[in-house]
Design a protein around this ligand. Structure first.
Ligand code: GTP
Length: 598
């Protein structure tokens, strides 16, 4: 095992700049996959990833490359996700590498994730090879973009490689640069085995498959391996490499990237960032970088059909086997019945989990208003973490409430700078600095509450800039803020699923919005129904549903009998799903409609 012939690296890029396409071309050129097996974006294996064109999980692949110097090199490429929700995966993957290929779209230039991913690579001490992609496009501007790479990222770019991943131009030069410019893995300093876990996946037949980079020592089937965070030992059943499918081998040696299958039953038994060592000769210290990941966004997920509750729970159990960053526990709501309180890394993560529950488990589900986790400091000095507005302590006991803040980087054309600044201010953000990127674009650095970007910030950003702005963020700190719980009441009864924690200055607007949308979806009752929003018992918004007689067939003028029957049937069906909020019966669809539009 000659370490000087090994290169471990990853490709980092802003979304859509061509990371996966470049990985595909590299696999083709190294004959890692036969041409007939080659389909676009080979590494994006999850259906959802392929459809959305985004990488969600980190995928590794081992390639053999015969370089111009005559040697055959082993390349371990770890593909990384591009979205901020998964940046913990990016940083884990980067820790497993010595170098990173930085792909920048030569027609678009440096974008927000180009910046954040480069920072992550720098933090991990990686060598970076800048690559300009899409150079065959008529609007590609190689000089301009090289300049941006130097100015914004402080990376020497005079020798940036110029490629077209799509057309297969310049790919060999990239492979040669990997050999020449990236360092081989460093030889171990002691005799202990240490492998960094950078991902895991659950396989129904084989249990947990651990993705790892071996920094020192060796691993083979039959070895007893120890998970250092828990001290648990497991017997290795199989080791292998990714080509990109799992390919069993006899032994994994120092410097390699591959997988380990031991009798680990549940993804939660092993954490990303964990160190594996041998039970018979355990390493005295773990590899750096073990950090627990915390969910940042919380929401209730409920089955639309109450009878699906058990199935939903079982499906979540299965999903969690594959994704240990997703957490959940049972909760119940007056409006939505029995469901689960779930924690996610971010909104995209939440969307993906919801989508997977719908598709892979065929469930009809609805989520309550997403929120962040607040830190509530009580007058008696206690601190409570609150991820569900219903559990906010009595306001008279609260000293103050703190909310999570983010540092965001936004890149947009200078023409939209005014609009962007207004949007950031509207979301209670403050602008830390603005940097000019070139004559026509700026980079804004701002500090803002995570809660304010949860809902439609990204959409607004895109609309205001006609799609030209890009954004990335990282979690910053907790900060005291004027936060209150806003409740929504129907005929005097609080509807739990609609309660939210909001900034005092926004409560009234949001309260009005909620009452208005409820007005549209709740059918009239035999009596007038008040819709109210309240903060600490004080009403801040109100609408009234006027009384109505119940005869649903009235508007049919006695004409079409079959239509009349249909309506009656529908009413009967509707009754089954009515939820009583105090005296008022409301079809569950009404709640769902409001949660969907708000
Ligand atoms: P994420 O996985 O979401 O981070 O995206 P990615 O960076 O992997 O980008 P991907 O490889 O999916 O490419 C995005 C789009 O750009 C696709 O439609 C590609 O076909 C296209 N593309 C990639 N390389 C080139 C190129 O050299 N020229 C042109 N014109 N298009 C390219």
């Amino acid at each position: 095992n000659d370490l000087s012939l090994v290169r471990n690296f990853s490709i980092i890029a802003h979304i859509d700049h061509g990371k996966s396409t470049l990985a595909d071309r590299m696999m083709e050129l190294t004959h890692t996959v036969e041409d007939r097996k080659m389909k676009e974006q080979l590494l994006d294996s999850m259906d959802l990833e392929r459809e959305r064109g985004i990488t969600i999980k980190a995928h590794p692949v081992t390639m053999k490359y015969k370089a111009k110097d005559g040697n055959i090199y082993t390349f371990n490429l770890i593909d990384t996700p591009g979205h901020v929700d998964f940046s913990y995966e990016v940083s884990r993957s980067l820790q497993a590498c010595e170098g990173a290929i930085l792909v920048v779209d030569a027609a678009q230039g440096v974008e927000a994730q180009t910046v954040s991913n480069t920072y992550l690579a720098n933090d991990n001490g990686l060598d970076i090879i800048p690559v300009l992609n899409k150079i065959e496009m008529p609007n590609a501007d190689v000089d301009e973009v090289s300049q941006q790479i130097e100015d914004i990222l402080a990376i020497e770019a005079t020798d940036a490689l110029q490629i077209s991943a799509k057309k297969g131009i310049g790919i060999e030069a990239v492979l040669e640069a990997v050999v020449e410019r990236f360092k081989p893995p460093e030889p171990a300093k002691d005799q202990f085995t240490r492998a960094l876990v950078f991902d895991s996946k659950y396989d129904a037949f084989r249990g947990v498959v651990v993705y790892m980079r071996l920094f020192s020592g060796a691993l083979k089937a039959g070895d007893k391996v120890r998970v250092m965070s828990t001290g648990e030992d497991y017997e290795i059943k199989e080791v292998g490499i990714f080509t990109p499918e799992m390919n069993k081998c006899k032994i994994l040696e120092e410097g390699s990237v591959g997988y380990v299958i031991a009798n680990i039953k549940d993804a939660s038994e092993i954490q990303i960032g964990d160190t594996l060592t041998l039970a018979k000769l355990p390493a005295p210290d773990a590899l750096p970088g073990f950090k627990e990941i915390h969910p940042m966004v919380f929401s209730g997920i409920y089955p639309v059909e109450t009878s699906d509750y058990e199935k939903l729970g079982a499906s979540m159990d299965k999903l969690r086997l594959n994704d240990a960053s997703f957490s959940y526990q049972a909760e119940s709501s007056i409006a939505l019945g029995f469901g689960f309180r779930c924690g996610f890394l971010g909104l995209l993560h939440m969307e993906i989990i919801m989508e997977r529950l719908r598709r892979e488990f065929n469930l009809d589900i609805i989520s309550s208003y997403p929120n962040v986790e607040y830190r509530v400091v009580l007058k008696n000095g206690d601190v409570q973490e609150v991820d569900n507005p219903m559990y906010l302590p009595d306001p008279t006991m609260i000293e103050h409430i703190e909310e999570p803040m983010i540092n965001a980087t936004i890149i947009c054309p200078t023409d939209y700078l005014g609009d962007m600044m207004a949007l950031i201010m509207d979301r209670r953000g403050s602008i830390v600095k603005t940097d000019s990127i070139d004559g026509h674009r700026v980079m804004l650095t701002c500090h803002m509450p995570l809660n304010e970007v949860l809902i439609d910030f990204y959409d607004k950003l895109k609309t205001l800039s006609r799609g030209y702005a890009s954004m990335d963020y990282e979690y910053a700190n907790y900060q005291p803020s004027e936060l209150v719980r806003m409740d929504v009441m129907i005929h005097g009864e609080v509807v739990d699923a609609f309660s939210s924690i909001v900034h005092r200055s926004k409560a009234e607007f949001r309260g009005r919005q909620m009452c208005k949308s409820l007005l549209d979806v709740i059918p009239r009752q035999a009596f007038a129904v008040a819709l109210q929003a309240a903060v600490n018992g004080k009403i801040i918004a109100r609408e009234t549903i006027r009384a109505y007689r119940k005869d649903v067939t009235a508007k049919c003028y006695g004409g079409d009998i079959s239509r009349k029957r249909k309506l009656l049937e529908r009413q009967k069906e509707g009754k089954k799903k009515l939820k009583a909020i105090g005296k008022v019966n409301i079809p569950q669809e009404a709640f769902i409609a409001v949660l969907k539009t708000n």
